[in-house]
Design a protein around this ligand. Structure first.
Ligand code: EPU
Length: 341
């Protein structure tokens, strides 16, 4: 049954930064097959249509004078199993971390490194979530979506999602157009692990683990994240507020000649990904606070809302951080979450 639309709805509890904002209309979506009807109704009502999952990658800089579709669809379906390979389709509204934990409990491996990432399954392909050496695209088979513009169902192969670092087709051609309804994953029952990320290795060896299992990786990732990243239920945040800048080889060489200790990783075509957290930290921002907007005291890349911060407080702080990193290092930081200005 379609849930009633709520008018002048408070969105504070639907975004992990806990920013105050209202939507002219808030429509829960509990069944993807209602989307043709619900998107038509939203269009008829006027104003923009915004799709919201866990609200963990959005900055409400203003109210939404249209309809927010809140994806709450649930369901995990094993589509195929052959030898060690499993193909599992998961509904968009499932909580990401709960799905990772359930996959592990089933013995379906490959997602452990992505434990504890806030948000929903349907939001994961949009920014191609990644952590501790694994990105969603490494485990993706296909994505199902409703195209609100052409009014038809889509199935995109992993290639068609054109995933990059915190990027995909859903941020470009299909932005404001495709509503992801299900994500299908290719996982394995083999106990294969990926644990070369430095923080992860450190955690595993501090636990004295030698024969690393997927459960060990899951536990270690949870511990590392809990130590560094604030829990949005306790302290409002949207994860990393900036992308790690990817510099062309020549620019990176200049930066690293002047700052040999800058944390960095190799990227494609000789480019270098520099740790934005390091750049921000060097500018002295860690733990800084302006009113209720602040920089997390254990991870300089995470901006937090200590309680009553407004979007203006937070975006003002973000702009000052960008300006100081630009002035000191000549590096431009791009925000990572979607910002509604
Ligand atoms: N660092 C500092 N100061 C800090 C924090 C980190 O100098 O305050 C240095 C660290 O010493 C390290 C480097 O920066 O050498 C990188 O730090 P970290 O390993 O914590 O990772 P990150 O590059 O800051 C990225 C992702 C995270 C993901 C981690 C682990 C982005 C924008 N962020 O952060 O993803 O969890 O790697 O893989 O790519 C997210 O996207 O919301 C997110 C949390």
């Amino acid at each position: 049954m379609i849930q009633p639309v709520q008018t002048d709805a408070d969105l504070r509890h639907l975004n992990t930064l806990h920013l105050p904002a209202h939507a002219a209309r808030l429509q829960p979506v509990d069944d993807a097959s209602d989307l043709p009807t619900l998107t038509q109704a939203a269009r008829d009502a006027g104003g923009p249509v915004l799709v919201l999952g866990g609200g963990s990658n959005i900055v409400f800089g203003r109210n939404v004078d249209g309809t927010v579709l809140h994806m709450r669809t649930l369901g995990i379906d094993l589509l195929a199993q052959s030898g060690n390979d499993v193909l599992v389709s998961v509904a968009a509204g499932e909580n990401w971390h709960d799905w990772v934990a359930r996959a592990l409990a089933h013995g379906w491996h490959g997602l452990e490194n992505l434990a504890l990432i806030p948000g929903t399954v349907g939001a994961a392909p949009v920014q191609n979530i990644g952590a501790y050496g694994v990105e969603l695209i490494d485990r993706l088979d296909h994505v199902d979506a409703w195209d609100m513009t052409d009014r038809r169902w889509l199935r995109l192969s992993a290639d068609e999602c054109r995933a990059g670092y915190r990027d995909s087709v859903f941020k470009h051609e299909l932005a404001q157009r495709a509503i992801i309804t299900r994500v299908a994953f290719r996982l394995t029952t083999e106990a294969r692990v990926r644990c070369d990320y430095a923080d992860l290795q450190r955690e595993l060896s501090s636990r004295g683990v030698t024969q690393v299992t997927p459960q060990h990786v899951f536990d270690a990732v949870c511990a590392v994240r809990r130590a560094k990243l604030p829990d949005p239920a306790v302290l409002g945040n949207a994860g990393s507020f900036f992308r790690n800048p990817v510099l062309p080889a020549a620019d990176a060489a200049r930066l690293l000649a002047a700052h040999p200790d800058a944390a960095h990783y190799p990227a494609a075509h000789g480019a270098v990904k520099v740790a934005a957290a390091w750049l921000i930290d060097q500018c002295g921002w860690k733990g800084a606070r302006r009113g209720d907007a602040g920089v997390h005291d254990r991870q300089a890349l995470v901006l937090v809302n200590h309680g009553e911060a407004s979007a203006a407080d937070l975006l003002g702080l973000a702009a000052d951080i960008q300006a100081s990193v630009q002035a000191r290092f000549g590096v431009t930081l791009e925000p990572e979450p979607l910002i509604l200005r």
